[in-house]
Every structure is written in structure tokens, then in C-alpha cells.
Design a protein around this ligand. Structure first.
Ligand SMILES: Nc1ncnc2c1ncn2[C@@H]1O[C@H](COP(=O)(O)OP(=O)(O)OP(=O)(O)O)[C@@H](O)[C@H]1O
Length: 629
């Protein structure tokens, strides 16, 4: 098995321990100062630094902790830590390209990549600087998806381990291709799903009775499990129909592998999948159910919180979907993929702008009462890219900066992990510095297995970028975890045992049928409720419109009436004013006439005495009263 081989790194003749930080040299072969050496003693180089062999094997499980949940006792199964040293497996995949650069040479045993670049060239003399990078295995451009799967993932699925499988590399180097593949050349995830569902074909449990909730395995009561079936139905209804595509992939996978089915009457297996993306340092659920009001398939983009404690990590509120076949899991993968953030960049027309993690949780219930959990995290990292060279700007620039920052933190974590075993202090690993490292902390702390597939485009123009990627890979390759690896989480259940027995008796199929009917009816009720609410809303709207138009009419009439009245009042007031004005005018005219007469009389006082006397008499204010009369 390629994974179990110890890489043979070419030994250098004279090495100084001052080169100990050179990441291209495998940690196990790095020169170290002699511990007994005293100051000014001549430097002795310790070539025989003894390291335990890199090993993938795990000894028998032992229980480490136990914790009660819902009447169940939880425990974690770990590998025997006393003698086992493990570290990430780091694979290199070279993308097929035209005119591949001569600067990359794979050693004969496919474990070491030798890179060389010109550092000085004169007419007679060409100096090349060589660097050696050791890997668990190197796949050149001729190696296909089948061999990659068989070497990197297949054995882990067979051993039922908790493992994080991530692809890392520059943009466009084939990370997504390695994990997902294309229509014909299935990638790691479709193969793993097919493998899982073939292994557990006879033992798949069809009712979601056990679920991982906030990192703990919980037994679901009837109502809760029916709700889970409803969620599943809703999401699968949103998924694109991929039956033809799945058939094609299955044919290819069946042709490539012969997965075996484990037959056991004592085991029931429940499979759950979840899909999450980290975009601009925000965590989004790619399998979130859109509310009815949202457009079909539109994802509610709610930022979720990662909760973790020393390796135990979960995302609060993340949708985990119960699946019973590979096609269902693949459908959900496609749905999530459609919702994840892609964009065209100068390097890749369909570039992932976020880190995506597709998780498959397998809960395996044994009739002895023990339930074990193994999780597979498939992590498609966004591509590292050189912002200056690709001329990125605007949103793409912000994305690129966030991607590079989180990848840098990942590098720092791996670097810290490579020195942590000396200090025995996990706290120095800065996994809290980015969402990605928080999510992958179990693997970074060495509590779960980590397999990294580094992808490289072997072209001259990417030489420097590739060197960064290879240095990063070297750091990961040289990590040695002395802590025990958690192989499986275990829970003991009595309730589920009874339930499981019940569902296996003769009427089990009838119960399944009833359960399906129940889910359909619940969905129908929900639909009816929704339709009813919708109808009520429409009715209310109609009523509101009618009321509005009636009141508007009344208001219009009132307004008109009021205007008419006002007009009338105005007319009357105008007439009264005219009348008063004309009578006033008349009075003033009379007075003017009188005054004119008076003036006339005063001007001609003698013209008519009698008349004037008479006039005087009549005008005299004093009336002479004759007393004799
Ligand atoms: N080994 C390979 N064999 C054939 N085609 C490949 C291989 N690797 C990559 N490709 C092709 O190269 C293109 C880019 O690959 P892919 O999208 O997987 O890159 P990526 O590393 O995920 O990029 P990004 O980080 O920008 O998302 C795709 O069209 C893919 O089919």
C-alpha cells in the first residue's frame, strides 16, 4: 500500500542543523544538534535521529471518556497512544498539461518531487537550485481518478475511521476535479458514497432514529424522526434529477472497483450528510431549506456559528440530512454545489471562491447496545492565488484576500502542529484564527486522521506559486501526532435496541409503509396549511383593496359635497357683501348730494331770501317756541 511506505528521501552529504527549518527536508531526516554537544565543541551532525516509523495502523480501541446523554452513555474510542505516532498523509497530484515544465521531476519510487530552477546562467555555466519534497505518494498526470481513490480514501472507508480529506493547491490545479470529478470521471466523493452504501447495503436503517446533534448521538422520538423525514423530502424535492447521470457514474465506478458488502445481522447503519461553505470568513449551510416565501431553491444565507472544544466540533443549526442511498447523497451534493460560490477568474473559468466541506456521518448501531460514529469530511479548499499576478479587483480581490488569509492560518496551524508534540501544548495551535481551521480542528489537533491531496499544475509560470504549495505540503507531511487518534465515537443505547428489534420483526415493512404515509400526509398537511394561509392572505388583500376603494369613493363624495357647500356659502357671502357695498355706496352718494346742495346754498345765500329764510328756518337748530300760543 502506498500509504504505508516510508519515503526514502535522498540523504545529503554534509548537512547542518541550521538547515533544520528547510521544509523541503523531511522532518525525520532533518539534521539536529547533538544534545551532549557543548559550546564551541565542533558541530556533530546526528544523522541517526531515531523516529518511529510513519504508521497508519491502529491498535485495538479503548474507551477514553464517558458521558451520559438522553439515557445513553457516550464514549470515545481511541487508538493506543503509547506506541503509535501518526501524521497526515500528504499526496501530490500533477495535473495533465501541454508542455509540462521540466522543473518538476518525480523520483522513481513516486515519493519525492524534485524541483529545480535556474538561479544563475552564464554562457558556460548553468546553476540550478534543487529542492526535494517528500510525499506519501505522488500521482503524475497519467494517474486517474480510480487509483487516487484506491490509495487515498478507499482504505479509510474500509477501516471506518474519522477522517478529513482535503484538496489543496493553486487555483485551477484540479482540487474540485479530484474531489467531485466530472460527468464521466467520478471523483473521490461519488466513489466514497458508492463505497459506503455498498459496504452497508444490507444494514442500512431506513428510519432516522439516531442523529448527531451538537456533537452527541441522540435517539429521536417518533415525532422528531418524522420531522427529519420531512426535511429530507423537502430537500430532495428541490434537488435536480440526476438519475441518468448517477447511472453513468455508477457504471464507471462499478467497472473501476469491486466494493464488498459487509453482511451482519447485528448492525444497523444510519447515514447523514451535511454541506457547508466558508465564504469571506462566514459559514453558510448549503443544505438549508428555503422558506416557502423564498423563491424556489433560493438559499437563506444565514451565518452559522462553529462551536468547538478541544477537537469536538459542530456547527450550530446546520442541516444534517438523513440519506438511505448514494443517489440521494449525490443529489444533495449537487444541490449544495449549485448553491456554493463560484466565479470566473483569470486562472479558472469556474473557480471555487469558498472553502466547501461535505460531511458524511455514519452512525452504526450494534445490537450489543453500542453505537459508533465515523465521519468523513471532504474539504475542497479554495485555490491559493497570487493577487498581484492575476489582476484581481473588487469583490474577487476581497474573496482572494480572505482565501489567502485562511490558507495562511491553516499553514500556521500545521506548522504549530509540527512542533506541538515537543511542547505537549495543543493550545499553541492557532486553529481559532480562521473559520476553516476551527472547523477542521479535530484533524489539526491530531484527534482525527488527515489526508491532504496537493494539486499542482506543472507549468513554468506557476513555479513560484507551486513552491509555496509544496512548502506548505512539506510542513503537513512532517507532522507527527503523538496523541491518540479518535477512531470512533461510541454511545450505548437501550431504547434504540428495542426499536431496532421492533422494526425487524415481520410487520417492519408495514411500519415503514405507515411511516412513509405519515411523512406524505404531514407534507400534505403542511402544504394545505400553507395554501390556506396563502388564500387567507389573498382574501385579506382583496378585502383591503375593496375597503380602500369604498372609502376612497366616500371620501371623494364627501369632498365634493363639502366643496359644493363651500361654493354656495361663498356665493351668498359674496352677494351679501355686494348688497352691503351697494347700499353703503348709495348712502354715501346721498350724503354727497346733500353736501353738494349745502355747498351750493352757502355759495348763494341771497338769491332767494324767503326761500333762504325758509331754509334757515327749517335748518335752524334752535326752534323758537312762542310762549303765547
Ligand atoms: N487531473 C486532471 N485531469 C483532467 N482534467 C483536470 C485535472 N485536473 C483539473 N482538470 C481540469 O481543470 C479545470 C480546473 O480544475 P478545477 O476546477 O478542479 O480546479 P480547482 O483547483 O478546483 O480551481 P479553483 O481553486 O479555482 O476552484 C477543470 O476543467 C478540470 O476538469
Amino acid at each position: 500500500m502506498a500509504s504505508k511506505e516510508v519515503p526514502e528521501v535522498p540523504q545529503r552529504e554534509m548537512r547542518s542543523f541550521l538547515m533544520a527549518r528547510d521544509p523541503s527536508i523531511d522532518r525525520r531526516f532533518r539534521p539536529r544538534p547533538n544534545k551532549k554537544m557543548r559550546l564551541f565543541d565542533h558541530i556533530q551532525e546526528s544523522e541517526e535521529e531515531s523516529f518511529s516509523e510513519y504508521s497508519d495502523t491502529e491498535s485495538e480501541h479503548k474507551y477514553r471518556s464517558s458521558e451520559a446523554t438522553d439515557g445513553a452513555s457516550c464514549a470515545t474510542s481511541v487508538a493506543d497512544s503509547s506506541s503509535v505516532e501518526t501524521g497526515p498523509q500528504v499526496f501530490l497530484r500533477l495535473r495533465p498539461v501541454k508542455d509540462a515544465s521540466k522543473a518538476y521531476i518525480v523520483s522513481e519510487d513516486s515519493n519525492v518531487l524534485i524541483t529545480s530552477c535556474k538561479v544563475d546562467s552564464t554562457s558556460n555555466n548553468v546553476n540550478r537550485m534543487e529542492k526535494h519534497f517528500g510525499f506519501t505518494s505522488i500521482f503524475d498526470s497519467n494517474v486517474g481518478q480510480r487509483d487516487i481513490y484506491d490509495t487515498c480514501v478507499g482504505p479509510k472507508i474500509m477501516e471506518e475511521e474519522c477522517v478529513t480529506i482535503m484538496t489543496y493547491g493553486t487555483s485551477g490545479s484540479g482540487k474540485t476535479y479530484t474531489l467531485l470529478g466530472d460527468d464521466v470521471r467520478a471523483g473521490i466523493i461519488p466513489r466514497a458514497l458508492e463505497n459506503i452504501f455498498t459496504i452497508y447495503k444490507d444494514t442500512i436503517f431506513r428510519s432516522p432514529k439516531l442523529k448527531l446533534i451538537n456533537g452527541c448521538i441522540v435517539f429521536l422520538q417518533d415525532d422528531a424522526s418524522l420531522k427529519e423525514l420531512q426535511i429530507r423530502k423537502k430537500l430532495l424535492d428541490l434537488c435536480p434529477d440526476i438519475s441518468a447521470h448517477h447511472q453513468r457514474l455508477k457504471q464507471v465506478i462499478d467497472g473501476d472497483h469491486t466494493f464488498e458488502t459487509k453482511t451482519s445481522t447485528d448492525v444497523s447503519v444510519l447515514v447523514w450528510v451535511s454541506f457547508v461553505e466558508i465564504y469571506n470568513e462566514l459559514v453558510y449551510d448549503l443544505l438549508a431549506i428555503p422558506s416557502k416565501q423564498d423563491k424556489l431553491g433560493e438559499v437563506p444565507r444565514k451565518n452559522l456559528k462553529i462551536v468547538g472544544n478541544k477537537g469536538q466540533v459542530f456547527i450550530k443549526g446546520l442541516t444534517s440530512v438523513f440519506v438511505t442511498s448514494s443517489v440521494e447523497a449525490l443529489q444533495l451534493l449537487r444541490l449544495g454545489q449549485q448553491r456554493s460560490t463560484y466565479a470566473s477568474t483569470s486562472v479558472n473559468a469556474n473557480s471555487s471562491r469558498s472553502h466547501c466541506v461535505f460531511t458524511v456521518d455514519i452512525l452504526k448501531y450494534n445490537r450489543s447496545g453500542i453505537t459508533t460514529q465515523s465521519s468523513y469530511k471532504f474539504c475542497d479548499l479554495a485555490g491559493s492565488e497570487r493577487v498581484n499576478n492575476t489582476g484581481t479587483s473588487g469583490l474577487r480581490l476581497k474573496e482572494a484576500k480572505n482565501i489567502n488569509t485562511s490558507l495562511m492560518v491553516l499553514g500556521r496551524c500545521l506548522d504549530a502542529a509540527s512542533t506541538v508534540q515537543k511542547k505537549k501544548n495543543a493550545d499553541i495551535i492557532p486553529y481559532r484564527d480562521s473559520k476553516l481551521t476551527m472547523l477542521l480542528q479535530a484533524a489539526l489537533l491530531g484527534k482525527e486522521k488527515l489526508a491532504m491531496i496537493v494539486t499542482v499544475t506543472p507549468l513554468d509560470k506557476y513555479y513560484e506559486e507551486n513552491l509555496n504549495v509544496l512548502n506548505f505540503a512539506s510542513i503537513a507531511k512532517n507532522i507527527i501526532f503523538k496523541e491518540a487518534v479518535i477512531k470512533q465515537h461510541r454511545v450505548s443505547y437501550c431504547g434504540f435496541m428495542e426499536f431496532s428489534k421492533m422494526s425487524n420483526f415481520e410487520g417492519g415493512d408495514y411500519i415503514k409503509e405507515l411511516e412513509n404515509d405519515n411523512v406524505l400526509l404531514r407534507c400534505e398537511i403542511e402544504q394545505l396549511k400553507y395554501d390556506h394561509v396563502l388564500q387567507m392572505q389573498l382574501l385579506e388583500e382583496k378585502l383591503r383593496r375593496e375597503l380602500t376603494s369604498t372609502y376612497q369613493e366616500i371620501i371623494q363624495n364627501n369632498k365634493k359635497q363639502h366643496e359644493d357647500e363651500c361654493e354656495k356659502k361663498l356665493l351668498i357671502a359674496q352677494r351679501e357683501a355686494d348688497f352691503m357695498l351697494s347700499s353703503q355706496k348709495r348712502r354715501y352718494e346721498e350724503q354727497i348730494e346733500d353736501l353738494k346742495d349745502e355747498i351750493e346754498e352757502l355759495k348763494n345765500p341771497t338769491s332767494d331770501t324767503d326761500s333762504s329764510d325758509d331754509a334757515n328756518d327749517s335748518k335752524s337748530p334752535i326752534e323758537i317756541i312762542d310762549d303765547d300760543e
